[in-house]
Design a protein around this ligand. Structure first.
Ligand code: FSX
Ligand code: SF4
Ligand code: F3S
Length: 554
């Protein structure tokens, strides 16, 4: 929804309320409403409108079911402040049913639930549902309904459904291997649209923010492909982390009794999984904004990601093949290849050529040999390292740390070969050789590709390549600066297989993006691939992953 649509929606909502309610019901704190608007992306100019909506709106009825979980989500919710949970419950929300904090017990409690189903309410489900062979899993209460049936019945009457916590969203801890109760997230058996608010537990801000979005705008917030609201899960946690500058300078805590932990050093080496997590913990924090895991001194364990218990390796070590437990490694996607573009396709097709013996290029007319893609970078550490050191203080410190690391690992010095000019390459396969040099090994591109393919985890330590379109109708990928990131990950203890995988994946992602941009510029919707590197299954898989569906591969 854009700004104008939000405004329209709020105005209509207020008008509807004024038509049915003669006078405001209560006074609302404009300060709090403004905070909520800021949080969920409603322009702050509309806060007075939201204030009025809340003052007219009758209490929103909420049913909160408990399934397979630890009640940590409820605990987190109770930590709300400004307003505290007590005023929230008295002024905005009527919590009709919540097994752990409601006053009623037994038949009376269940009666509250049954009565609520007759009117409008929002359903919150905390916990996954055990769908194993025992039909009595999660049976509770006076009418002895099992968890699955209770969810199905209550969901049938709900206006909107929120899966609160990683358990409810994706299965969470009790769905971890070997998952004896066959616990699942609720999306596996409820057919209605569900908003997932993962986190073990989620922050109180992410829970109340998404509920308030629905209460104010009468629709669920825009979500990503895992049904997580974009306002809270749309960005990468590591990008917002207060220790990020130390990651960029290669300054890592070595152990939990390392004094530098208090100086803000990065926790990647002691297991932080922040680079692989979509969540806003550094921004909203927990316990009334007191702190969040990384500030408190422990790495992020990726608690809000699907399968976090099984698929991120050891909690206090960087992810590493030796500790991999991967349930099902997805088969690699493949792409058809061409050797020569058919004349009939020349004008209507863009071709990406990835060959170890020639420059990486994208062209539309083979005969004219026009390259629409500019890629150039220092393909030798003796040129790249001084360049990175000259960029800024963080770069200088990173290069210093990298030299120390090489000394410690007893690798030879790298600053003794060709000049910067001589080392410039336009061939993406040289980037793979360069990565081999970073490891202190002389590897050809095929060997680095083999390392990348042997990496067992699906998580990518992304490089931040940038794509710019040029006035001459071509585009350019900025490479050199992004090549600092493999060094950061290497110093942070990511194994070389993981670094290689990330470089391959990131090159493919940016090449796919370049293809898409050029297709838009030239109004073309067909692409073709050629070159020996394109025969590599991992390269095919990564490119296929990043290509949009509207592009036809010929
Ligand atoms: Fe616990 Fe909630 Fe984790 Fe799960 O939070 S904190 S096990 S997400 O369902 O209670
Ligand atoms: Fe922060 Fe973890 Fe990223 Fe380091 S790796 S910057 S501690 S999120
Ligand atoms: Fe969870 Fe990581 Fe945030 S462990 S609470 S997603 S910092």
């Amino acid at each position: 929804m854009d700004k104008a649509q939000i405004l329209e929606r709020l105005k209509t909502h207020l008008q509807q309320l004024k038509n049915t309610h003669k006078a405001p019901r209560n006074e609302v704190s404009i300060e709090w409403v403004t905070q909520i608007c800021n949080l969920i992306g409603i322009p702050k100019d509309y806060a007075p409108l939201c204030e009025q909506i809340l003052s007219y709106k009758p209490l929103t009825r909420l049913v909160w079911l408990h399934m397979a979980e630890c009640t940590g989500c409820s605990e987190s919710f109770l930590r709300l402040d400004k307003p505290g949970v007590e005023s929230l419950l008295l002024e905005y929300i009527s919590l009709e049913y919540h097994e752990t904090i409601m006053g009623a017990v037994g038949f009376n409690a269940k009666q509250c639930l049954h009565d609520t189903l007759k009117e409008e309410f929002i359903l919150v489900i905390e916990g996954g549902v055990s769908l194993g062979e025992n039909a009595y899993f999660l049976t509770s209460g006076a009418d002895s309904t099992n968890g699955e049936n209770e969810c199905l019945e209550v969901a049938r009457h709900a206006q909107a459904i929120f899966a609160i916590g990683t358990c409810s969203s994706f299965g969470g801890v009790q769905a971890a291997y070997p998952n004896p109760t066959q616990s699942q997230g609720i999306s596996t058996f409820l057919r209605q649209p569900i908003v997932n608010i993962p986190g073990c537990p989620p922050s109180e801000a992410n829970m109340i923010g998404s509920l308030m979005y629905y209460i104010l705008l009468q629709e669920i917030p825009p979500c990503d492909s895992l049904n997580r609201p974009l306002w809270s899960y749309g960005k990468n946690l590591h990008e917002m982390c207060e220790r990020k500058a130390k990651f960029e300078s290669g300054d890592f805590v070595e152990s939990f009794d390392d004094e530098r932990l208090q100086d803000g050093y990065c926790l990647y080496k002691v297991g932080c999984k922040g680079p692989y997590v979509a969540n806003n913990c550094p921004k909203v924090k927990f316990n009334a904004k007191t702190s969040w895991p990384v500030r408190a001194g422990h790495g992020c364990i990726a608690c809000s990601e699907p399968d976090f218990w099984d698929s991120f390796g050891k909690i206090e070590e960087p992810i590493n093949n030796a500790n991999a437990y991967i349930k099902d490694k997805k088969p690699l996607k493949s792409l058809p290849l061409v050797h020569r573009l058919d004349d009939t396709l020349l004008d209507s097709t863009l071709c990406l050529e990835l060959d170890s013996l020639s420059d990486t290029r994208i062209y539309s007319q083979e005969k004219q040999n026009l390259n629409l893609l500019a890629v150039s970078f220092y393909a030798n550490l003796s040129a790249l390292l001084p360049y990175l050191a000259s960029k800024n203080k963080l770069g200088a410190r990173l290069v210093e740390n990298y030299h120390k690391w090489r000394l410690k690992e007893e690798l030879e010095s790298v600053l003794d070969s060709e000049s910067a000019e001589d080392s410039i390459s336009h061939n993406a396969s040289d980037m793979l050789k360069l990565v081999g040099m970073m490891f202190g090994k002389s590897l050809n591109h095929a060997q680095v590709l083999d390392l990348a393919q042997s990496y067992l985890f699906p998580h990518i330590s992304k490089l931040d390549f940038k794509l710019t379109t040029k006035d001459n109708g071509g585009c350019e990928i900025e490479v050199n600066k992004s090549l600092r990131l493999p060094l950061c990950y290497l110093l942070g203890g990511l194994e070389i297989e993981g670094v290689a995988y990330s470089v391959v994946s990131s090159i493919c992602e940016i090449l796919a993006l370049a293809l898409v941009e050029l297709c838009k510029i030239y109004n073309i919707s067909q692409v073709a691939f050629k070159g020996d590197l394109m025969q590599n299954p991992l390269i095919q898989d990564r490119l296929a992953t990043y290509l949009p569906k509207w592009l036809k591969v010929v």
